[in-house]
Design a protein around this ligand. Structure first.
Ligand SMILES: *Cc1c(COP(=O)(O)O)cnc(C)c1O
Length: 375
């Protein structure tokens, strides 16, 4: 069995977690603070607020910016559902915008065309760790007075023109679920340059308590979106090795791309895009246009039967049952075309070269069989 993803937990991570347990301080302590500082510094912004998940972080962004009923927020549909859900939690409307087929990120031209008098913000996602086209997107946000929320949940350490993901938005969110580049088990981090916004997000995370409030005083309606010291110490330890983690992941991605290069049935992810450093979250390739969604699903099924973990990244949000009665389905031809043909292959730090070869051989065989009509 080769899994789709695997967290990279080493002995020193386990020892650090044990140490926190021995310390008796399990929440709202020095480790969370240290993790916040480290993430803010790594991203190149002033403030970090650790939260219980990336989704909680996105929700607090929307909430702290007073985005609500009658407001529209531009989001990709080719993404994880939390991106649009965070907008709906506050009664605002996610407006789905189509993507660029080369980068799988928001298409700036389509973004600008989707702006209405109700538009308040853009959530830009660095899909699969590939930095979005930030120059035109920042320009659109500035000209139309829109707030830019950066979803960097898949992109820790990614760079665009030498600047880190998480430093472009008015506010940005990272996530640390076990399949991400670094993990806290469950967890997330909001980062921002804006001290006022950071204070509000910190209060909203902790039942609406501001620094001047005592434990039973709640200035505004808040949530329990706190994250334990146990989780944070794992994140802090993993962040210490982020450079080597990103290098290992890049090596795996390059290995896949070399093994699969020249296969006429496949569109591989770009590995050396200009002005960008990719932070590899997953390795997702695409079948070319002569294959259908049914072909793709059959390939996923057969790979699974061979013990090879794989997945469809992503199922478009606007086609989810949870969005069925939400609004008239938008026209997102690129999103739908790509989403029908994507295949995520096993991808994690310590995926061995012979395992990569095994996956590539299995995929190549299946493609040959299907394209020549053999069973
Ligand atoms: C992982 C992820 C999130 C947050 O996920 P959580 O499971 O809530 O931590 C948000 N947006 C994107 C694009 C993601 O990939």
């Amino acid at each position: 069995m080769i899994p789709l993803s695997a967290p990279d937990i080493i002995e020193s991570d386990i020892e650090a977690v044990a140490q926190v347990l021995r310390s008796q301080r399990l929440s709202l302590g020095p480790v969370a603070e240290a993790f916040e500082h480290a993430m803010a510094q790594y991203s190149g912004v002033a403030h970090g607020v650790a939260v219980s998940s990336g989704t909680a972080g996105l929700h607090l962004c929307i909430r702290s910016l007073n985005i609500g009923k009658d407001d529209e927020v531009l989001v990709p549909s080719f993404s994880f559902i939390a991106v649009a859900n965070a907008v709906r939690y506050e009664g605002a409307t996610p407006i789905f915008v189509d993507i660029d087929p080369g980068t799988l990120n928001l298409d700036p031209e389509k973004l600008e065309a989707a702006i209405t008098p109700r538009t308040r913000a853009i959530i830009v996602v660095h899909t699969f760790g590939f930095p979005a086209d930030m120059d035109p997107i920042l320009d659109i946000a500035r000209r139309h007075h829109l707030t830019l929320i950066e979803d960097a949940c898949e992109a820790i350490g990614a760079e665009y023109k030498g600047r880190k993901a998480g430093s472009f938005g008015d506010v940005a969110v990272f996530a640390f679920y076990p399949n991400k580049q670094i993990t806290t088990g469950e967890g997330g981090m909001v980062v921002t340059r804006d001290a006022v916004l950071a204070t509000r997000i910190r209060a909203l995370r902790n039942q609406g308590r501001y620094p001047s409030d005592d434990w039973f005083q709640h200035t505004e309606l808040g949530y329990n979106y706190r994250i334990s010291e146990i989780n944070c110490v794992l994140g802090l330890e993993q962040l210490k090795r982020i450079d080597s983690i990103l290098q290992m992941r890049e090596a795996v991605a390059r290995n896949y791309s070399q093994s699969l290069a020249g296969n006429p049935h496949l569109i591989l992810p770009p590995t050396d895009p200009p002005h960008r450093r990719i932070s590899w979250f997953v390795y997702v390739l695409r079948l070319n246009g002569s294959f259908t969604r049914e072909h793709r699903d059959e390939i996923l099924q057969r790979l699974t039967r061979l013990g090879i973990g794989c997945g469809r990244y992503f199922a478009p949000i606007h086609l989810q049952p949870a969005y069925a009665s939400w609004r008239t389905p938008p026209s997102l031809p690129v999103t739908e075309h790509c989403a029908d043909r994507t295949i995520a292959l096993p991808f994690y730090n310590r995926l061995a070269e012979n395992e990569i070869q095994q996956v590539c051989d299995a995929l190549t065989n299946l493609l040959d069989r299907i394209s020549s009509g053999r069973p």
